[in-house]
Design a binder for this molecule. Sequence first.
Ligand code: FUL
Length: 479
Amino acid sequence: MKNFSVLLIFFIVACSTREVPPPAPILPLPSESQLAWHEMEMNAFVHFTTNTFTGKEWGYGDESPAIFNPTEYDADQWVRRFKETGFKGVILTCKHHDGFCLWPSKYTEHSVKNSPWKNGEGNVVRDVMRACKKYELKFGVYLSPWDRNHADYGTPAYLEYYRNQLTELFTAYGPVFEMWFDGANGGDGYYGGKREKRSIKGSTYYEWPTTLQVVRDMEPDVLFFSDAGPGVRWVGNERGIAGETNWSTITPDTLYAGKTGIEKLLNEGSENGTHWIPAEVDVSIRKGWFYHAEEDSLVKTPEQLFNIYLTSVGRGSTLLLNVPPDRRGLVHENDVASLQGFRELLDTEFKTDLALNKNVTASSYRGNNKQYSPSNVTDGNLNTYWSTDDEILTGSIEIDLSETKTIKYILLQEDIRLGQRVKSFSIEINNNNEWKKVSAATTVGYKRIIKLDPIETDKVRISITDSKACPVISNIAIY
Ligand code: FUL
């Protein structure tokens, strides 16, 4: 018997020190830039141009540069507020559909250089880029492909103009982490005085592969956002809502304008998608994308912003929240108040992770090896994870909170460096030795936050009920 115990101990020690290879990645995987992008979680979007002064959302292209004249302009104030809110990057409309450039481009007269603002010496792109450096935020650019001011729009000459401008932006104002271009295309406009309708074929006119290569040659790590990626995809709505099921994978060939159900596809991605193209949730703090005084009373409340956080970041996406400066060139007091309230809500709702360093057990773990032990999900380290043997696609984890607590949120993260795997999971809580199911959901991805009706418990069980391959969970937090 004694010998048997010695043998058993020897066996257990041997098992736990034996090399057990990590799970094989499930393709496709995020690139380094996409991983960094996921980790940013929240970025600010800035819409500012002549529209701010005309009250329009889409300028026609005939606006005089003279109307662009903010009176108390302070880009530092915008970025400081963004930093305080917790944003990690800023994307600026360097040029919107009206064609007015926020930097003194040498390729057009339709820019800040011909406005009275700072006697034509002003440069919003430079100022935002510098403020981003100061507050350690990443800088991104939106350069609208549709240009209702430019005489050549619709001809090959315009493509050269567009690429020249990208070269200006990427050489003078980099590094740029994300380039944003949208799908609004063609239609009527000023077009150098012709005032006509110009139709282009969205899928071919812009010759995107060439343009993207021009940019990549200058900024190899840049992520391209468009409806279909290739770096980041549109989430399919402007309401701040990613799919309850949200795969960061999708097959680009299945995405084309006009396809029935395209918005649902963008919203949810595809389980067996061939490429990693995660959804970005772009939404405005106001009704419009540009500042309009009549919307001062319609700024989203901190609670609305917090709910958007739950349906974007809490569903594995990144939030791109638009905060448009006003005619003074400042983020309006009402927007500032909402951002502050939003930050306070994030800080109070996610104040203490009740699971951190608590005891965890699991139905099984990979090779019985400590390297994959369930305690990795509560160790506060995103580089360690719990996983199971290859053939085990389900499993449960129990977290002992050590005392009864009221819980409101469960946060889960997969280690997406090994691909997105989980297809469904459920949450149970323990009350007087009885387990009660309180929630069930589908995908996890980079991050998933489940909001519960506040409930008391001392133990939480999370069961992975289906997965594409053995689950790889790096973090579980309970608030
Ligand atoms: C859209 C544009 O048409 C809107 O004006 C806004 O810029 C939004 C973010 O993208 O496609």
